[in-house]
Design a protein around this ligand. Structure first.
Ligand code: NAP
Length: 547
């Protein structure tokens, strides 16, 4: 039954009802029933099994399309489907070979919803390019995707695996493995960062991959980095392409569409940029304290009311002109204007062992990988807001964390420094990590005290690095956009770059790198674009020059 909206109700309640009604209608339209078989060891009643039952019960209140059965590991059905460990959830096992080892909690709730919808639809919804590649598959692929409920990048990689298993059930099997539920498997595969994807026990992807990159990696049994689409990819005409779905890009999308500018946002990774992995945000007005990912979800839900977002799609090239041509991994755009809101990416320490142990104890995302290090000893490198916030997050997750800073004062805001002290996180002052050591994974770090000149080798299970960000300007540079000496996009106070019709906003511009400044830059860039589309400044300039 549809719930009714009561005008006296608070907006959050109204949103929830709208969501439930939308969910009901989505499930009503699914052509297939969905079988969920949960296998547990006799007497098993751990948090994962309980959570699976709870989530499934909640979905069954929305739809009668889900059939749920539970079996012991000693039951014939466990033998039939080759299930030996619990809890394991099989999804429509008559049609697909998809098993879930964990529970649809946190970020994985999104993955679970998509899994139910794809299984109910009975089709993968892969892009045409991906389907063509999948049609060429002629040998089995056993995919494993390691995920964690706190990792905002994980659903993208998990959904890649789900779509592949649904597209070719004859050859592709999928295991979704929550590292908290199956730390034994994470250890066996040395999966010490999430997401990580394997096919036939070969590592095919670390981090979230775009769909086509995942599919080509799975086919090649080797991690690929780029996918070049066919030249006959779909052509879309629009007024504004926003490259990047962080706070700047999303705000620009909202403002532009509300001004009547036909806009699309293209994002290759997780929406929200750095905010998505910020444990807690305490300085975004209106939200005294909010999880970074929750803030992103609110922004994305708001943006989706106005603007179309192409997620998991990478912009490959930008060709300036009267109409700017943009080529992505899925389609081509012809657009009157383009906004570069490409943000920034992690700075690397550049010490021996960092690259080798990336994903094997070296991490740049405490929210994603923190759960893997519960009860273990890690070092957090950096002295800015990120390092301090993330060190506290690790501490609260039960990780034995020590901050390592190269100076004797922290750069982080006073309020955060105070909270760090309160949390009791030890700090190694004037200390630099010179090497990260180990065999299969990190087991030691070599540290250097730049005051005493002493070096020491300390036991470590992990090294988290949060030493700032470097602007993502590869695309801009290739398109001929001028950069500042520091490598940020050169722009005027209206966010115009040197190329007519191309603008910038957010961390890629340099200056204050705060969520609130990024949203401000995104919205003011959109307003400039609105003015320029009505009255293109470059035409005026050209007319003046020719006069
Ligand atoms: P950041 O403010 O640039 O700080 C980087 C830290 O890493 C500094 O302490 C720096 O040391 C250290 N560092 C840099 N290179 C290093 C190296 N090679 N070896 C060892 N240490 C190194 O970066 P961030 O903390 O990632 O923050 C980025 C931006 O986001 C900032 O503008 C920040 O305010 C913002 N942010 C805000 C919040 C918030 O408001 N809640 C949260 C996160 C980030 P020195 O101090 O010696 O230079």
């Amino acid at each position: 039954m549809q719930q009714q909206y009561d005008p006296g109700m608070n907006p959050a309640g109204a949103n929830e009802i709208a969501f439930m009604n939308q969910l009901r209608s989505t499930f009503d339209q699914l052509p297939n029933d969905i079988d969920l078989y949960l296998f547990t060891a006799p007497g098993m009643d751990d948090v994962f099994a309980q959570s699976i039952r709870q989530v499934v019960r909640a979905f069954r209140e929305v739809t009668d399309k889900i059939r749920f059965r539970e079996f012991g590991l000693d039951h014939d059905m466990a033998h039939t489907y080759g299930v030996t460990e619990g809890p394991t959830l099989l999804v429509s096992p008559e049609q697909y070979n998809i098993s879930w080892m964990g529970a649809p909690m946190g970020e994985e709730g999104r993955t679970f919803l998509e899994l139910l919808i794809f299984a109910g639809l009975g089709r993968s919804n892969l892009s045409e390019q991906s389907k063509k590649m999948m049609a060429r598959l002629d040998a089995p692929r056993e995919i494993k995707v390691f995920v964690s409920p706190t990792c905002p990048y994980c659903p993208q990689e998990a959904v890649n695996g789900i779509q592949a298993a649904i597209e070719r059930p004859d050859l592709v099997s999928l295991e979704l493995i929550d590292i908290q539920c199956r730390p034994d498997l994470a250890d066996q595969y040395q999966a010490h960062s999430v997401p990580q994807a394997y096919a036939n026990d070969v590592l095919i992807g670390k981090g979230a991959q775009q769909e086509e990159v995942f599919i080509s990696s799975m086919l090649a049994l080797e991690a690929q980095t780029i996918f070049i689409p066919d030249s006959d990819a779909e052509l879309v005409e629009t007024d504004l392409v926003v490259v990047g779905g962080g706070p700047a890009g999303l705000s620009a999308g909202i403002y532009a569409e509300r001004s009547g500018i036909k806009t699309v946002v293209v994002e290759r990774d997780a929406l929200g940029g750095q905010v998505a992995t910020t444990p807690i945000v305490e300085n975004y007005p209106g939200f005294p304290q909010i999880g970074g990912k929750t803030l992103v979800d609110i922004m994305v839900t708001h943006a989706l009311q106005y603007v179309q977002i192409f997620k998991g799609e990478e912009v490959l090239s930008i060709e300036p002109g009267d109409l700017i041509e943009v080529k992505t991994t899925r389609r081509r755009f012809k657009t009157k204007t383009l906004l570069l809101a490409t943000g920034a990416s992690h700075v690397h320490l550049g010490v021996p062992g960092e690259e080798r142990f990336s994903g094997r104890g070296v991490s740049y995302c405490a929210t994603c990988d923190g759960p893997l290090f519960k009860g273990r000893k890690v070092f957090m490198v950096g002295g800015g807001n990120s390092a301090v916030t993330e060190a506290m997050h690790l501490k609260h997750q039960g990780v034995d964390v020590t901050l390592v800073h190269r100076r004797d004062t922290l750069r982080a805001q006073e309020v955060l420094v105070h909270q760090l002290k309160e949390a009791g996180v030890p700090i190694l002052w004037n200390t630099e990590i010179k090497a990260i050591l180990g065999e299969e994974k990190v087991n030691k770090v070599e540290v250097f005290n730049n005051q005493s000149g002493e070096t020491a080798t300390l036991d470590a299970d992990g090294v988290f690095i949060a030493i700032g960000y470097t602007p993502t300007v590869e695309l801009a540079r290739k398109a001929g956009v001028e950069l500042t000496e520091e490598g940020y996009i050169q722009h005027d106070d209206k966010h115009r770059t040197n190329i007519p019709g191309i603008y910038s906003a957010g961390d890629v511009e340099g200056g204050y790198k705060q969520i609130v400044t990024a949203t401000g830059q995104g919205s003011s860039a959109a307003m400039t674009i609105f003015e320029d589309l009505i009255n293109p400044y470059w035409k005026e300039k050209a007319a003046l020059e020719s006069a």
